[in-house]
Design a protein around this ligand. Structure first.
Ligand SMILES: Nc1ncnc2c1ncn2[C@@H]1O[C@H](COP(=O)(O)OS(=O)(=O)O)[C@@H](OP(=O)(O)O)[C@H]1O
Ligand SMILES: [Mg+2]
Ligand SMILES: [Mg+2]
Ligand SMILES: [Mg+2]
Length: 432
């Protein structure tokens, strides 16, 4: 496993000129920096590409990683205030699922940063939230809080090497940034996919959640960035629920280093590498060089030693069906139930070996719940398919159309084959 400390990959700040260019950005580094790049990284940079190669998606990945880093900070502040002050800023959507000021604020912030960085005419985004609830007559207070949260976050843009607004964004700009994320996706062209807060239930419960951003081109996920602000220092802590916040503050010594909590994981399709960065803490500045290290899936292929993860909520995935599968393939460990795409992160980091999700019949999985996680696991050496063994299809709009029964992600092909076989053997007798 490689550890990259002090590798100059991204510019300390990106000029607007560079950002608005549609050509790949050629990064110039100092002579000293170049020496470091080649000696420390064996001729490859942090994106898994040779420094001299024209790096496709380099600029997109740089902006995406910075934006997700910044969004994680926004989320941490809102979660702290939700959990400690219990100030009731949780709304319920039509499908009864929760939504908070963090969901809208992250969507507005990332949408604004992408538009500012690449030019709004060049940016298509599919994202989970819309402005319906915020536009209601009785939602003025809520909208006001979202606008304030977005502006507080964007004030810190320079810290993350991102462009910030010259003057604070007004209400209409914030609403516009949210509502412009209305791309319909499809098989051709390029669009971003954003789940501003994945695992909102975990978020409001003070537990795990993720900020997930992916880039899709011609139906394929080409970049994935996953911010996991509560990813714990020790993998065992992933299984703590019930006031995770309280527990982590007791367990984490105040002197811990920056890897103590939270990470941003990212990968570029075809690079064969997945990377993890620490989150910024305190007043730290995201200045490259920064420390990022390569992560890989676990090498465990014996089901008896493997751990499988699945959604916390029974309503989101059948716990009884996965318990039967686990039994039949010989998975002996207790399931690791974790909110959000942190499950994908756990597989990519080698902290669990299997992820299974079998939603109730009729539920259609949305692309934003999977896109970033899929490429991150694949590039870390893992396998992700539907239960029929086919790749997830991101080319059919906002849903994973044609998904066969469920999603199965594994650290390796051997475990994957066993689970696919077990699904076939037990599906007909299941009530799904
Ligand atoms: N009924 C049902 N069935 C299946 N999936 C559903 C269902 N309802 C919601 N969702 C989507 O699940 C996302 C959260 O998935 P998780 O794996 O984190 O589930 S859980 O919260 O741990 O139970 C969650 O993402 P967020 O809305 O971003 O939190 C939803 O998109
Ligand atoms: Mg989600
Ligand atoms: Mg969400
Ligand atoms: Mg939601």
């Amino acid at each position: 496993m490689a550890t990259h400390v002090g590798i100059p990959l991204f510019l300390p700040s990106i000029s607007k000129e560079m950002m608005s260019s549609s050509k790949p950005m050629i990064v110039s580094v100092s002579k000293c920096d170049q020496t470091q790049v080649s000696s420390t990284m064996e001729g490859q940079n942090q994106l898994g590409m040779k420094p001299s190669e024209p790096e496709k998606y380099f600029k997109e990945l740089e902006v995406a990683v910075r934006a997700v880093q910044m969004a994680c900070l926004l989320c941490q502040r809102v979660q702290d205030s939700l959990v400690s002050k219990n100030n009731g800023q949780v709304q319920s959507k039509d499908d009864k699922s929760p939504v908070t000021i963090a969901d809208w604020s992250v969507q507005a912030t990332i949408s604004w940063v992408l538009a500012e960085s690449f030019g709004s005419e060049n940016v298509s985004i599919i994202a989970e939230e819309d402005v319906q609830a915020l536009s209601k007559a009785d939602a003025a207070g809520l909208l006001d809080t979202v606008v304030k949260t977005v502006n507080t976050c964007l004030t810190e843009a320079p810290r993350f090497g991102l462009p910030g607004p010259v003057v604070s964004l007004g209400t209409s700009k914030v609403l516009k940034a949210i509502s412009r994320c209305n791309s319909i996706g499809g098989p051709t062209g390029r669009f971003w996919v954003l789940d501003p807060v994945d695992g909102t239930l975990g978020f409001v419960r003070g537990d795990q959640y993720a900020v997930a951003l992916a880039l899709i081109e011609d139906g394929e996920v080409v970049l994935g960035v996953l911010g996991c602000p509560n990813y714990p220092l020790k993998k065992e802590w992933l299984s703590y629920h019930d006031s995770y916040h309280r527990i982590i503050s007791k367990l984490t010594p105040p002197t811990s280093e920056s890897w103590e909590r939270g990470c941003v994981i990212y990968a570029k399709r075809g690079s064969g590498k997945t990377w993890m960065q620490p989150l910024l803490h305190g007043d730290q500045k995201l200045v490259w060089p920064n420390s990022a290290r390569q992560i890989q899936v676990s090498s465990i292929d014996n089901p008896a030693l493997a751990t499988f993860c699945e959604p916390v909520e029974k309503a989101n995935s059948s716990h009884s069906f996965t318990a039967g599968l686990a039994h039949s393939v010989g998975l002996r460990n207790q399931p690791l139930r974790v909110y959000s795409m942190v499950k994908y992160a756990a597989i990519a980091r080698g902290h669990a070996e299997v992820f299974m999700k079998f939603a109730r019949a009729g539920y259609k999985e949305k692309i934003w719940d999977h896109a970033a996680g899929v490429v991150i696991i694949q590039e870390a050496g893992g396998v992700v398919t539907d239960a029929g063994g086919r790749p997830l299809d991101f080319s059919k709009g906002i849903y994973l159309e044609g998904l066969d029964r469920g999603v199965i992600a594994c650290a390796g092909a051997k475990l994957h084959e066993k689970i696919i076989g077990a699904v076939d053997a037990s599906w007909n007798s299941s009530s799904l």
